[in-house]
Ligand binder design. Structure first.
Ligand code: NAD
Length: 487
């Protein structure tokens, strides 16, 4: 079996314990992963803290930091086929997606490489004579980056890129489900020549997560995962009042009006819910369709769902692979069963197949007569689409916003004025109009409500890893006249 290691303080090492990682396509163990305990986490944070203060990193110019990130980007691009194969093997995400996504991950590192020497302070036109006042943008310190199993290279790039560009150091905790691609990525960090301790990569479960998020030397916790874990993290952050940014789940509405290009909408919806076997935080999992075209849309979606090529994730022709874990599949099945019991009509899929691996078929439920069906409310994180009908634009908006989440949304219409009204009215961090699931390093990404807070991508993310220092410099050589009056 393959064996992976942690990367702490510039060295590769075994964890204090190990655990087997299962191949989701077969359910069989294929690799040994190190399991970080509290002591490993402690050493990693101490290393990151030493590196943060040490001259090898803090003495680098911003442009030099950028050059290291450019080097990392090139290495990620060159290693993309290897990383993609590992992610596919360890998480079940299909090779077609991992190949394309990891090649694009290199662009995130490039974007932040170029941005490193553009994080500027400011000079203030202060309201006092003989005084210069300016703001320095300084890195916050050690960042704890915690990611879930899906798209780990992508979700870590949106944290590492801006954090390193800003001058922070990082302890990155890979998910205990499918950590292979991040542990392999650590070799590229090493090869790029980052000073020891600047980036540390380990894996482990809640114990490691708890040790990391309560560590007094962690200044910022950048988390992607579910809302329940986020609650633990916010409580943990209270210990040291560390800053948090939270990218959580969603129950994103995909809204189709009768004037839309229905073929485009159907293609975008299928990709929006079944890509990554539905394990996507921005999955368009609620299909809200105008009643006059509901049957037409349902027919198109059902036909496409039935035609999806399900199979081994390492084959280029596969369109849906297995879910990452058996636990995840069992959870999805119970949400589907509970929704049928609540009155939802199963249109296609909905039954766990026999055989090896953690497969689940593309599933569509018509929830028009079941407004309380769990699949309309709770994130499934699987290939499950809940369809429901509306009559008017106001109804569509009310239904779209009837959720505790607020991450993404999609609107399909040919009416420009309606599109603008929907853009204004939808409460979500992202609105896609006549498209879905487009992302870019240039565009901020994130949500509100149960979808979290903070933004990844764009300049705002880099600024989020900085703190402002206000500097006052008196420019007069005259003695300070009065000791008791502050000016
Ligand atoms: P999860 O919350 O169970 O786990 C995420 C990470 O948190 C893992 O690394 C896990 O080990 C760690 N963790 C667990 N307990 C912890 C604790 N007590 N303290 C600190 N860390 C702890 O999430 P998951 O089920 O692995 O991933 C799926 C979730 O992630 C979904 O809700 C999905 O929507 C969300 N997600 C969000 C985005 C986004 O950008 N908004 C992207 C992808 C996934």
């Amino acid at each position: 079996m393959d064996r992976f290691q942690h990367y702490i303080d510039g060295r590769f090492e075994d964890g204090t314990a190990h655990f087997p990682s299962l191949d989701p396509a077969t359910g069989e163990p294929w690799a040994e992963m190190p399991m970080a305990g509290a002591a490993d986490v402690h050493r990693a944070v101490e290393a990151a803290h030493r590196a943060f203060l040490g001259p090898a990193w803090s003495g680098l110019t911003a442009s030099a930091r950028g050059k290291l990130l450019f080097k990392l980007a090139d290495l990620v691009q060159a290693a993309a086929p290897r990383l993609a194969a590992l992610e596919t093997r360890d998480t079940g995400k299909i090779i077609r997606e991992t190949s394309a996504q990891i090649a694009y991950v290199a662009e995130y590192y490039r974007y932040y490489a170029g941005l490193a020497d553009k994080i500027e302070g400011a000079h203030l036109p202060i309201d006092k004579p003989d005084m210069e006042v300016w703001l320095r943008r300084e890195p916050v310190g050690v960042v704890a980056a915690i990611v879930p199993w899906n798209s780990q290279l992508f979700l870590s790039a949106v944290k590492l890129g801006p954090a390193l560009a800003a001058g922070c150091t990082v302890v990155l905790k890979a998910s205990e489900d499918g950590p292979a691609p991040l542990l392999e990525f650590a070799k590229l960090v090493h090869e790029a020549g980052f000073p020891p301790g600047v980036v540390n990569v380990l894996t482990g479960g809640p114990e490691a997560g708890q040790a990391l998020t309560t560590h007094p030397k962690v200044a910022h916790i950048a988390f992607t995962g579910g809302p329940e874990t986020a609650r633990h993290i916010v409580r943990a952050s209270a210990e040291n009042l560390s800053k948090t940014s939270l990218e959580l789940g969603g129950k994103s509405p995909f809204i189709v009006f009768e004037d839309a290009d229905l073929d485009s909408a159907a293609n975008a919806q299928v990709a929006g819910i079944f890509a990554a076997t539905g394990q996507s935080c921005v999955a368009g999992s609620r299909h809200l369709v105008q009643r006059s075209v509901k049957e037409q849309m349902l027919a198109r979606l059902t036909e496409k769902a039935k035609a999806v090529a399900i199979g081994a994730p390492d084959r280029m022709e596969t369109e849906i692979g297995p879910l990452c874990t058996r636990r995840q599949r069992d959870r999805i099945q119970s949400l589907v069963d509970a929704s049928v019991a609540a009155g939802a009509r199963l249109v296609t899929g909905g039954v766990t197949p026999e055989g090896p691996g953690f497969y689940y078929p593309p599933t569509i439920l018509d929830c028009s007569e079941a407004p309380d069906a769990p699949v309309l409310r709770q994130e499934c994180f699987g290939p499950v689409l809940a369809v429901t009908a509306f009559d008017t634009e106001d109804q569509a908006l009310a239904m779209a916003n009837d959720t505790a989440y607020g991450l993404a949304s999609g609107v399909f219409t040919r009416s420009l004025t309606r599109a603008h009204r929907m853009i204004r009215g939808i409460r979500a961090g992202i609105v896609w109009v006549n498209t879905y699931r487009a992302v870019s390093p240039i565009a901020p990404f994130g949500g509100h409500g149960l979808s979290g807070h903070g933004r990844e991508g764009g300049m705002a993310a880099a600024l989020d890893y900085t703190t402002v220092k206000t500097v006052w410099l008196r420019t007069s050589d005259d003695p300070i006249p009065d000791p008791f009056v502050m000016r």
